[in-house]
Design a protein around this ligand. Structure first.
Ligand code: FAD
Length: 443
């Protein structure tokens, strides 16, 4: 056999697993068809967050005068921002390639395809391995409507030289909402087109309503109850048809879903079971073929970078260091980098009431204006919320909309992981003045 472990996909999960396995002394190869780093580094979390920082300057500069700063006329040169983001992505791509070499992992460039359960083909070469890990992630899905091939998907934003004047964004999930805020902040007139009657389904409703208010205040136009039926390109604009309604903008961005990237793998040649959307795995990340594992977005459970990394490392530890740890998929904190930011860990009010009964749950919340907004007298209100099981006093959910929500909820996740009660929160001395002190002072 050529390798002890052969990883297909050098994204968050694959890289973490390959490096950890090599550190344990295994002979490891990793196959990558695109750029090393995967979705998170090349076309996801990292470039997105940099664009979030860039777009936030609009509000920062608008508020500056109330703090006595004369900033003159302002405007964003999006070409400079996009180019700088690309340079940072290139730098990180280089670091990940170097880290593989330093770890002694062999990088194989090209698209991997199974030949059999121990052999993967890349171009005209074949590689054999005792164990194989599928970490191929997902891809943005285009709508299956006439003209569905037109417009951008999320990957395309990061390839642009400059931004258009107006944009229609299809979707209500976190990527659609984050992109709407980024683009609106950078001066693009954004209309977000939503099939249902709310954004950020799956999050606590009150929190997503709060984000919606903030997005509207930012200037994003939200159009609910519209089902896209066709996209057309005219000489001057793109037209999105939603039944009788026709909307126009320079560009249509489709952000209505992602799907595991299974097609090129020829999974059937290795006998790996899948349902066309994802590969099922057990608690050890094992597919139905015992020596073949799958981690990250290709398993379509919690599609977040830290989850993929942890899954990849757990497999490497189990295979090459007698590790027995399984990944805890409960209480995974998550953030939506909209403006205002949302972050959340544990059960939403709706989920808690459904699981335990409405009478068994107590809700504590605080809604207020962040002190930072006192002088400008503008900006979205913060919302902090605790979902508590009344009988045990255990905090089941800790949620926030407002500045630094992700940073704050990361700490809340530790408390919830340790089984904190509302009394534990109340016993904690407040850190004043801060936004998060409300978590320990709310009645
Ligand atoms: P990926 O990172 O997608 O890596 C898979 C790799 O496999 C890719 O490099 C691909 O080219 C390669 N590959 C695929 N098929 C083959 C093949 N046959 N042969 C060889 N190589 C192959 N998560 C967060 O935690 N926080 C965020 O803020 C966040 N923001 C996001 C924003 C956007 C716009 C997007 C799209 C995603 C975001 N995510 C975020 C999700 C996060 O990026 C993914 O959950 C994570 O990257 C999944 O890692 P992975 O290893 O499963 O797959």
């Amino acid at each position: 056999m050529d390798f002890d472990l052969l990883v297909i996909g050098a994204g968050s999960g694959g890289l973490a697993s390959a490096k950890r396995a090599a550190r344990h002394g295994a002979k490891v190869g990793i196959i990558e068809g695109d750029r090393v780093g995967g979705t998170c580094v090349i076309r996801g979390c990292v470039p997105k967050k940099l664009l979030v920082y860039g777009s936030e300057y609009r509000e920062i500069l608008a508020n500056a005068a109330s703090y006595g700063w004369a900033v003159g006329s302002t405007g964003c040169n999006s070409s400079v921002l996009l180019e700088n983001v690309r340079q940072e992505v290139d730098r990180l791509n280089g670091i990940h390639i170097k880290a593989l070499a330093n770890a002694g992992v062999e990088l194989i460039t090209g698209w991997g395809q199974f030949v059999d359960a121990h052999t993967v083909q890349v171009g005209d070469q074949q590689f054999t391995a005792r164990q194989i890990m599928v970490a191929v992630g997902g891809r943005p899905q285009r709508l299956t409507i006439p003209g569905g091939e037109l417009g951008w998907v999320s990957d395309d934003l990061f390839l642009q030289q400059h931004l258009p004047s107006s944009m229609l964004i299809i979707g209500a999930g976190y990527i659609a909402c984050e992109f709407a805020c980024i683009l609106q902040g950078l001066g693009v007139a954004v209309t977000q087109v939503i099939r249902g009657d709310r954004i950020l389904k799956g999050f606590d409703q009150e929190l997503s309503d709060s984000v919606r208010e903030g997005m509207e205040e930012l200037g994003v136009t939200l159009r609910f109850g519209l089902q896209p039926t066709a996209i057309e390109q005219t000489q001057s604009a793109m037209v999105l048809r939603c039944g009788e309604t026709a909307l126009e903008a320079d560009v249509v961005l489709q952000a209505a879903g992602r799907k595991a990237f299974l097609e090129p793998l020829a999974l059937e040649k290795a006998g790996i079971a899948h349902d066309g959307h994802r590969i099922s795995v057990d608690a050890q990340q094992r597919t139905n073929v015992p020596h073949i594992y799958a981690v990250g977005d290709v398993t379509d459970r919690i599609n977040l970078t830290p989850v993929a990394i942890d899954e990849g490392r757990a497999v490497a530890d189990a295979l090459f260091a007698s590790g027995t740890r399984t990944v805890n998929h409960d209480l995974v904190a998550t953030a939506v980098f909209t403006q205002p930011e949302l972050a959340s860990v544990g059960l939403s009010e709706e989920d808690a009431k459904e699981r335990f009964g409405t009478d068994a749950i107590t809700i504590h919340k605080a809604r207020f204006r962040d002190m930072h907004q006192a002088l400008p007298k503008r900006g979205p209100r913060c919302l902090l919320k605790l979902v508590v099981e009344t009988s045990s006093d255990r905090v089941l959910g800790c949620h926030m909309v407002g500045s630094h929500a992700a940073e704050i909820i990361q700490m809340g996740a530790i408390a919830l992981g340790m089984g904190a009660t509302k009394a534990d929160f109340d016993r904690t001395m407040a850190l004043h003045p801060s936004i998060s002190e409300e978590f320990v002072t709310m009645g």
